[in-house]
Design a protein around this ligand. Structure first.
Ligand code: AMP
Ligand code: ZN
Ligand code: FE
Ligand code: FE
Length: 283
């Protein structure tokens, strides 16, 4: 089942395997007409993405980003849509976050060597290319070196939050990031909330800070989970959003772009809000 919109995708500018152009062509072929590129901690894929989107007059690209934040014991990811990504202070903070990702990735590679599972730093770098480096790039190097069979196994055995090779990123709170995104005109949405503890408390805090949506239609979320999250979103005045979180890495959870049961109504609500705030020109 396909939706005409997908608010959560990754390209080679972070840990996805398709270039922004390839991603947009794939999404377009699948019937997606409204798509956000939401690479981790970077907007550097957006110039290419806008050039690719311009080839399809009936396709709307939303400038986006995904940022990772921390709460005690777990990670909270936040999407920002319609960000004014040219803003200099915002870009300086992103550069700083990407630099800290690099130091952290080197530490994880050192830990793997100490665990007897060495991977060459050059291979990790070549998987990340020019993009924001992250654990999936290290996972791919582990697969290539023959230490594990799949990217998922690399996470299960070494790279998950409780794994022996895990190193924390620079810590940001959800409220800090909601404010950072709002300051550049972004509409913040809580990503993949299913496994989060104390969700109601988190939603209350994030809503008060300016959050507008929560991902409800996502990958393998089952109909009763979707319904539960949808009701929660309504209760907190949040738009029930959806995205595939497509990375192109395969695996059991992967969904193709647009392969989520996101109805048109929340899409229209988000676009209307963006128009109201002057973030959406010509649509
Ligand atoms: P990082 O930003 O470096 O902490 O990496 C986070 C990314 O790793 C997420 O956006 C997912 O794409 C991926 N990831 C996290 N956990 C897993 C897992 N268990 N299996 C596969 N990929 C995962
Ligand atoms: Zn990712
Ligand atoms: Fe995420
Ligand atoms: Fe994501």
């Amino acid at each position: 089942m396909g939706s005409r919109a997908d608010f959560h995708t990754h390209s080679t500018f972070s840990d996805g395997v398709l270039t922004p152009t390839e991603l947009i062509e794939l999404a377009y072929r699948r019937g997606v007409r409204v798509m956000a590129l939401t690479d981790h901690d970077t907007t550097d894929g957006l110039p290419e993405a806008f050039a690719a989107a311009a080839r399809h007059p009936d396709f709307t690209l939303i400038p986006g980003i995904e940022m990772s934040t921390d709460v005690p014991g777990s990670e909270v990811h936040i999407l920002g849509h319609f960000i004014d990504w040219h803003e200099e202070g915002f870009q300086r903070r992103l550069v700083h976050l990407r630099d800290s990702r690099l130091g952290r990735a080197r530490k994880m590679v050192e830990k793997l060597a100490a665990l007897g599972k060495p991977v060459a730093w050059e291979r990790v770098e070549s998987f990340s290319g020019e993009g924001a480096i992250g654990r999936p790039h290290i996972a791919r190097a582990l697969v290539e070196a023959g230490h594990v069979a799949t990217v998922n196994e690399a996470f299960d055995l070494y790279l998950s939050r409780n794994g022996p090779a895990y190193v924390e990123r620079e810590r940001l709170t959800p409220v800090e990031v909601v404010e950072m995104l709002t300051a550049v005109g972004g509409l913040p949405t809580l990503a993949h909330p299913r496994e989060l503890n104390d969700l109601k408390n988190l939603l209350a805090q994030m809503k008060a800070a300016g959050m507008v949506g929560m991902e409800v239609y996502y990958q393998d979320y089952l109909p009763d989970q979707v319904e539960h999250l949808r009701a929660l979103a309504e209760r907190f005045g949040l738009i029930p959003m959806g995205g595939s979180d497509y990375h192109g890495l395969g695996g059991p959870q992967q969904r193709e772009p647009g392969d989520i049961p996101l109805p048109d109504e929340p899409v229209e609500r988000l676009l209307a809000l963006a128009r109201e705030r002057g973030a959406l020109q010509g649509v």
